[in-house]
Design a protein around this ligand. Structure first.
Ligand code: HPA
Length: 289
């Protein structure tokens, strides 16, 4: 067992992240990323929608390691024109895995350090708002960070902007309106809402869900808010897309399981693919060189 003696041993390791950047840049020296997408649970195949042109396994990127949870293939891909590329992080690392913030933050660090200005985060989430159904896609308008741990705790590094980053508009309205157009073009009903992030790995109790609803949460999950905060702090435009994989605890009267979450996410993959590829097409259009 690794020893994890102090709170700060969880903190992001900026020098490990710089080494990871050197590794990927050496592999793809001419790449100029415009944007990055992080694919959550069960969406390995969504990456195909972008017609990727290169691949590096996470195990080859120091600090990123092998993504642990089933359904996370764990590789970095790129797509689009090399001069305005999309980085695709296929598989995400989570805080609940216990390896600290470095693997969670690395995709954001790499994308920003490489010049990407736009970030799309995806996740599977439990639906809290009454109109949400399993299989719905929901654009994130704002979040409630309730993980009880924060990726920016630790020594301040100006890569992540000021010490106390403003959170008034973490999710960028322009990226969200592109997303809305993408929903329309893909024939998917538009929903948006507030995502509440918990640490996991337990799902919630019905009382927690009842409390979160009173707080104003529409959906709940175990990721995304930290990456959104980091991307925004580093000066990126951030968007996020939740796939409602289940009704949250106590709304559905059946126990929750990872298998059901993964199955629902896989069923939504064709819609996710359609929406994300439309979104990328539009982002490319408004970002002519
Ligand atoms: N709760 C937390 N995380 C989740 C859920 C949920 O109901 N569904 C998918 N990820």
């Amino acid at each position: 067992m690794k020893q994890r003696p102090s709170l700060l041993s969880w903190a992001m390791d900026m020098s490990a992240m710089a080494r990871a950047f050197a590794t990927v840049r050496r592999r793809w020296p001419r790449l100029k990323p415009l944007a990055a997408v992080v694919l959550g649970s069960g969406w390995g195949e969504v990456a195909e929608a972008f017609e990727p042109r290169g691949e590096i396994g996470y195990s080859e990127i120091p600090g990123l390691g092998a993504a642990g949870v089933q359904g996370h293939a764990g590789r970095l891909l790129w797509a689009g024109p090399a001069g305005r590329a999309l980085l695709i992080f296929q598989g995400r690392r989570h805080w609940y895995e216990g390896d600290g913030w470095t693997p969670v933050a690395l995709p954001i660090y790499l994308a920003r350090r490489w010049g990407a200005r736009s970030l799309m985060l995806t996740n599977a989430a439990g639906g809290i708002r009454r109109d949400l159904r399993a299989g719905d896609l929901m654009a994130v308008r704002d979040h409630i960070h309730a993980m009880g741990a924060h990726p920016l705790v630790g020594p301040h590094d100006t890569f992540w902007g000021p010490r106390f980053p403003d959170q008034t508009a973490v999710y960028d309205p322009t990226l969200r309106s592109l997303l809305r157009d993408a929903f329309l073009a893909a024939g998917v009903r538009w929903k948006e809402g507030v995502y509440l992030a918990v640490s996991g790995p337990t799902y919630e109790t019905p009382s927690e869900i009842a409390a979160f609803r009173r707080w104003g949460a529409d959906a709940v999950g175990m990721s995304t808010a930290p990456e959104a905060m980091l991307g925004h702090a580093a000066g990126m435009r951030v968007a996020a897309l939740s796939c409602i994989s289940n009704l949250a605890a106590g709304i559905a009267h059946t126990p929750l399981s990872h298998e059901d979450v993964a199955r629902a996410a896989a069923e939504a993959a064709p819609r996710m693919k359609a929406v994300l590829s439309q979104w990328w097409k539009r982002l490319l259009e408004i970002s002519e060189p």
